[in-house]
Design a protein around this ligand. Structure first.
Ligand SMILES: Cc1ncc(COP(=O)(O)O)c(C=O)c1O
Length: 392
């Protein structure tokens, strides 16, 4: 390994959400935070070097994105996801969640129905509800440890009038990569009922070795024609604080409407450090990512093995990628509030409560395992001890 993911970086005192907000979120500071989706690793050294160089320049005026910025992104998407996108299709955005909200505001009207597959990354709910649209949920079904779309339910709801589907692909918090067949079925239903697709693919580079991510817009031209794809280097390279994302729309009419919304909100330039990091990450980050993926998959295997032998009532659902593990804790037979307290006050771990992602997250917890192995080992030791002390 060329890169050292074992290195422990002190993140407290850096205004980190994950490390500096524990008291506010969990009521005490004495826990290992494994919640918000960023990683406890340094970004690729080439990115850090480029940022240092830019900081040392001292003048931080308005900054444009050079053509090389788009080229490295286009090359990355082609190489990693076998999808040929064009320069003109790309629009800049300050983040994935804002980009979802812009899409909602551009293509739907108040009271329109927007569908999401739950449990799902919770800011998805707010983008719909806070924009006065009507949130329709289609619940994912857990079958033998793996989640599936209930296509009968989805089509039933689609037939009753849905304007937009917001897809999380790969899916957070379930760590599920959708197969080409599943994506085609989603796309076909959207074509049949004239539904736009917003596909959040921010986790698409974090895929385990035996799985492949497929952008839904790459499935067919007909599907691409109604799809707004969102991507960013923020999860892949741990750059979430730099707020720089890309929106890909091949349909000219949709794209010009979307671009107008961004302009109307004044998003015509970007964050200069975000621009620098974006370009250098996609240009130089591949080897770093390859090693990261090995490390994350090893972390997942370690977690899975220890839980299986030491805490058999806590079961990770099948994980295809990302660094978020969805723990099925239903066999502990605790109401959600007690389950949360067990993790916070007995295991001394800061995880996300399953119900944050929807009602059907009851009995589950989301664990972020993007941390050095020593921290993960300590966290799991604490969990095992708490489990045994509690007599489960
Ligand atoms: C699926 C998904 N979309 C979007 C985001 C946030 O993206 P941004 O910070 O660019 O709004 C996250 C962060 O956890 C995420 O998991």
């Amino acid at each position: 390994m060329q890169y050292n993911f074992d290195k422990i970086i002190k993140r407290t005192g850096t205004k980190s959400y994950k490390w500096d907000d524990n008291f506010e979120k969990f009521g005490h500071n004495d826990l290992i935070p494994m919640w918000v989706a960023d990683m406890d690793f340094e970004a690729p050294p080439e990115v850090v070097k480029a940022l240092r160089k830019r900081v040392s320049h001292g003048a931080y005026g308005y900054t444009k994105r050079p053509e090389t910025y788009y080229k490295v992104f286009i090359d990355w998407i082609k190489k990693k996801h076998d999808w040929q996108i064009e320069r003109d299709w790309i629009i800049d955005a300050p983040g994935i969640v804002p980009a979802i909200s812009f899409a909602i505001n551009t293509f739907t009207s108040p009271s329109d129905n927007i569908l999401e597959f739950s449990p799902v990354y919770d800011p998805f709910f707010n983008t719909v509800v806070f924009n006065q649209r009507n949130l329709i949920l289609s619940e994912l079904k857990l079958v033998n440890g793996r989640y599936f779309i209930d296509f009968a339910d989805f089509e039933n709801k689609a037939a009753r009038g849905i304007k937009m589907v917001i897809l999380c692909s790969p899916h957070n918090p379930l760590a599920r990569v959708w197969s080409p067949e599943e994506l085609k079925k989603i796309g076909d239903i959207c074509c049949k009922y004239n539904i736009l697709i917003v596909s959040d693919e921010v986790h698409s580079d974090l895929i385990f070795s035996d799985k492949t991510h497929h952008p839904i817009a790459s499935i067919s031209e007909e599907i691409a024609d109604r799809t707004i794809t969102l991507n960013a280097p923020s999860k892949t390279f741990n750059l979430a604080g730099l707020l720089t994302a890309a929106v890909i729309i091949s349909n000219n009419d949709l794209r010009s409407k979307y671009a107008r919304t961004l302009e109307s909100h004044g998003f015509t330039t970007g964050n200069l450090f975000g621009i620098e990091a974006f370009e250098n990450a996609y240009k130089f980050g591949e080897e770093w990512l390859n090693e990261l993926l090995i490390y994350l998959e090893d972390n997942y295997t370690y977690l899975k093995d220890v839980l299986k032998s030491e805490t058999p009532l806590i079961k990770p659902t099948e994980t295809d990628g990302t660094y978020l593990v969805w723990l099925d804790c239903r066999d502990l037979n605790l109401p959600q509030s007690e389950l949360n307290e067990f993790f916070i006050y007995q295991a001394m771990l800061g995880l996300n409560s399953g119900t944050q992602y929807g009602k059907n997250g009851e009995g589950f917890m989301r664990m972020n395992i993007a941390c050095p192995r020593k921290i993960l080992e300590k966290a799991i030791d604490q969990l095992v001890l708490a489990y045994k002390n509690r007599g489960f």
